[in-house]
Write a protein that binds this ligand. Structure first.
Ligand SMILES: [Zn+2]
Length: 407
């Protein structure tokens, strides 16, 4: 940590002072949630909020992203701060005064806080431009919920938006339960899982339920595949580098006495290292093909590799821990004992440059963190008070990394 404690105290105070405006932006975003890669209303709100800050602003071509470059008073390297912008296909059931105005769409994962929080960080940094040697790239990203928005933004050049490759990248995610509001958590190394999706079709031959020997029944083969996949998990992967396979959907047939022509299995596969993520598709496919072949059937395995493992740079985790503790007090930083089994496309950014991803508690004060509805729930509520912390932490990370480079 390079920053002076007085700088951190100033950030904390200014973040608190601007909370009403940042929370108002969050509420405006929350009312008009949008899903996927094309978020025109969200983008318009971001552009409007950034307009007074004297930034170099550009928008995406393959998605409605916003990239804003804040130039410091003196030359230096560039760092990146990221906020994802998209909502989920959920019908809100929170009773909040600023609830979604669009049934079937909700900011159930708190990305409205990420957008407003990144605008808040931009305001804090813009007010300190004379102290900055270098640039800060602000990455407002659509399509986190499965659409690989971060990868598209990397392809469109976000990591080089300042004219050179950023030397570090930081992002954070709010959680509506588990962690009290305002506490920051992360860990060195693997922070989040890789998540893949697999669709398996077992091809048999239909027939009369009384004469299975004249058919090729896909149902027992599908059942055997489900169990064989669990044996694969425990027999082919290191218990200290685990893999999770969940078959969430299995579908075959129309009635009790007809053997169907095919069966379908849908699974999610989570892994926590690039090693495991690298080998699991081949092993998964081998199990499906082998079990089917043993019974004279065939399978089609459509294995979709999802987001990679999110891996934090240890030195950047140390920076986040030191800054959080110095700025917010002892106990404000919670070292995460283990990774989370969720996945995140900020992983693509951290594959390219050093950095860290943080969790930020946003459990409302009237709820117990142990039982409050979690992210993605129709009842998930988020404490605005986290917006007095998140922007200060992001701004501090950027300032500290640039101050370190300036010596
Ligand atoms: Zn999320």
């Amino acid at each position: 940590m390079t920053l002076d404690p007085a700088v951190l105290a100033g950030l904390r105070e200014d973040a608190r002072a601007q909370l009403p405006e940042v929370a108002a932006l969050r509420h405006a975003l929350h009312r008009v949630p949008e899903i996927g890669l094309d978020l025109p209303r969200t983008q318009a709100l971001v552009l409007e909020a950034l307009a007074p800050l004297d930034l170099e602003v550009s928008t995406g071509t393959g998605l409605s992203s916003v990239v804003a470059v804040l130039r410091g008073a003196r030359p230096g390297p560039a760092v990146l701060l990221r906020g994802d912008m998209d909502a989920l296909p959920v019908t809100e059931d929170t009773g909040e005064a600023f609830s979604s105005e669009h049934a079937g769409t909700m900011h159930a994962c708190g990305h409205d806080l990420h957008v407003a929080g990144l605008v808040g960080a931009a305001r804090l940094l813009a007010a300190r431009r004379d102290q900055i040697a270098g640039s800060v790239v602000l990455m407002f990203q659509p399509g986190e919920e499965g659409d690989h928005g971060a990868r598209i933004m990397i392809e469109e050049g976000v990591l080089d938006a300042a004219g050179e490759r950023v030397v570090a990248a930081y992002g954070l995610h709010v959680v509506s339960s588990m962690i009290p509001s305002g506490l920051v958590t992360t860990r060195p190394g693997t922070m989040l899982a890789a998540a893949d999706t697999v669709h398996v079709t077992v091809h048999g031959r239909g027939g009369h339920g009384s004469m299975p020997h004249l058919a090729l029944d896909p149902v027992p083969v599908a059942a055997e595949i489900v169990l064989a996949l669990q044996a694969m998990v425990t027999r082919q992967f290191d218990v200290f580098d685990p893999v999770v396979v969940t078959v969430g959907r299995i579908d075959a047939g129309t009635t009790d006495n007809v053997i169907p022509g095919s069966a379908r299995i849908e699974a999610t596969v989570r892994s926590f290292s690039e090693v495991a993520h690298g080998v699991v598709p081949e092993r998964f496919t081998r199990v499906c093909e082998g079990v089917a072949a043993a019974h004279g059937l065939t399978v089609t395995v459509d294995y979709q590799r999802g987001y990679p493992v999110t891996v934090n740079t240890p030195a950047e985790v140390d920076r986040a821990a030191a800054l959080t503790t110095a700025m917010l007090g002892e106990g404000a930083y919670l070292p995460a004992p283990q990774p989370l089994s969720g996945a995140e496309d900020f992983s693509y950014v951290l594959q390219e440059v050093p950095g860290t991803y943080l969790g930020l508690g946003a459990t409302p004060a009237d709820l117990d963190p142990r039982t409050a509805p979690y992210n993605h729930s129709a009842q998930a509520r988020y404490d605005d008070g986290a917006l007095a912390v998140g922007p200060a932490v992001l701004a501090a990370l950027a300032l500290d990394r640039l101050a370190e480079a300036a010596g």
